[in-house]
Design a protein around this ligand. Structure first.
Ligand code: BGC
Length: 418
């Protein structure tokens, strides 16, 4: 009997320790072709290191649906072990007491993240109002203010890459006259806001953008400049096709890839779709920053880690954080994703010309006051204020609301949510 007991205890002990390994449940919204190819790099790395990955994808570009699903799990007291997250929302969840910083900070300290990241990007990922321990990890820097154009379509119609918004409109008019859909757009609120912020930075300038969409100044929101921004949005809306409402962003990118439309205005995750389709910049398509005065709208994809009492998940969190900030991972992942590495020491020689442009423009913008956070992608504002801006932008885009009414509605919406 005693022998049997010892045998059972030994068996129980060995089997528990042999199944123990890092585990992670990851909530994210990377479901398009390019996004899934990039995420696979991380999943494969995690598995190669003995980890078990439980996937929780929530479809919907821009992450609005994923953020709702995440919030519901947090409110229910059942957060995933890790999730995709953006800038200020990291602090919001920290203040709710659900974030597990100390696991990640130990990795960050031993791997020297402070030396590997720009101090501004590093601070975004530190809990306790950006100055405490690391509680999230960045994987990339996406640029928002891009135009993606089909080269054959532009060339055949004698169009060169526009450098002013008037040239954008002239190019669109030319395409329209030639019977080609000028502007591939998906009419979803977040896509409308993505286009809007590129137009706002371009037409209003970098200081206008900061005053209105970072500092939320009422006089700026109601200004004549905001009216001009809405005027340009109305023009762009007239260059979309009838199928635009509700269309997913990657379907719109597909229209440009196939030459059914001239161009799309979208962050450089769109490049991930061109890459997945085997297309080469300068050969099959043009990538060009939308017109601005050396502006650069940045958007960092990060992952945050939530409190858990499960030791396997704690191990999974540490492993994931370590892998995400790995030098080779940040190269390979970003080659697929369309973005550039968040780590400063990753060589850019294997990246294409769009990524190289992004990498040099971010430095120019940083030095000249043009580096501004995207509000449409949650870098400038938390989710509530982002929605307050997005709601009016999309309402204007999908109705015949005047630009003056839209500028006033934007200011009212912001004030009501302060
Ligand atoms: C994310 C990107 C993602 C895009 C479309 C953005 O908010 O930063 O990683 O590819 O949404 O889903």
């Amino acid at each position: 009997m005693k022998k049997l007991m010892i045998a059972l205890i030994t068996l129980a002990f060995t089997s528990t320790s042999s199944i123990a390994g890092p585990k992670i449940e990851v909530l994210h919204w990377w479901t398009s072709g390019g996004e899934a190819a990039a995420l696979k790099v991380l999943k494969d790395d995690f598995a190669a290191n003995g980890g078990e990955w439980m996937d929780m994808p929530v479809t919907g570009g821009g992450g609005d649906a994923a953020n709702v699903a995440l919030k519901a799990r947090i409110v229910a007291g059942d957060p995933p072990s890790a999730s995709q997250i953006k800038g200020p929302t990291i602090q919001e969840y920290d203040q709710e007491g659900v974030v597990a910083p100390y696991n990640i900070d130990a990795i960050a300290q031993s791997e020297g993240w402070d030396k590997l990241l720009d101090p501004m990007i590093a601070a975004v990922h530190k809990c306790e109002n950006n100055s405490g321990p690391y509680c999230a990890a960045p994987v990339n820097i996406h640029r928002i203010d891009w135009m993606w154009a089909n080269k054959a379509v532009f060339d055949a119609n004698g169009i060169s890459v526009p450098t002013t918004w008037d040239e954008v409109n002239a190019a669109a008019e030319k395409l329209k006259a030639a019977g080609i859909i000028p502007f591939a757009h998906g009419g979803q609120a977040w896509q409308d806001a993505t286009v809007f912020e590129a137009v706002a930075m371009g037409i209003g300038g970098n200081n206008y953008y900061k005053n209105c969409y970072v500092d939320l100044k009422e006089s700026c929101l109601r200004s004549e400049t905001t009216v001009k921004v809405f005027d340009q949005m109305r023009k762009l809306q007239s260059y979309t096709d009838e199928g635009s409402p509700g269309r997913d962003w990657n379907v719109a990118t597909g229209m440009v890839i196939e030459g059914k439309a001239g161009f799309q205005i979208m962050g450089d995750w769109a490049k991930g779709e061109f890459t997945a389709a085997g297309k080469v910049p300068g050969v099959d398509y043009y990538c060009a920053p939308t017109p601005s005065n050396n502006g650069y709208l940045y958007n960092v994809d990060s992952f945050i880690f939530y409190k858990t009492s499960d030791p396997e998940k704690q191990e999974g969190q540490k492993l994931l954080a370590k892998l995400m900030m790995g030098k080779n991972f940040q190269k390979v992942f970003n080659l697929y994703k369309g973005s550039i590495p968040a780590r400063l020491d990753v060589p850019m020689d294997e990246f294409d010309k769009c990524a190289k442009t992004s990498n040099s423009d971010i430095k120019t913008a940083g030095a000249s006051g043009g580096l501004v956070p995207s509000f449409a992608h949650g870098m400038a504002q938390g989710n509530t204020m982002k929605a307050a801006l997005q709601d009016i932008i999309t309402e204007h885009f999908n109705s015949d609301m005047s630009s003056v009414d839209a500028a006033n509605a934007l200011a009212d919406s912001v004030l009501a949510n302060m």
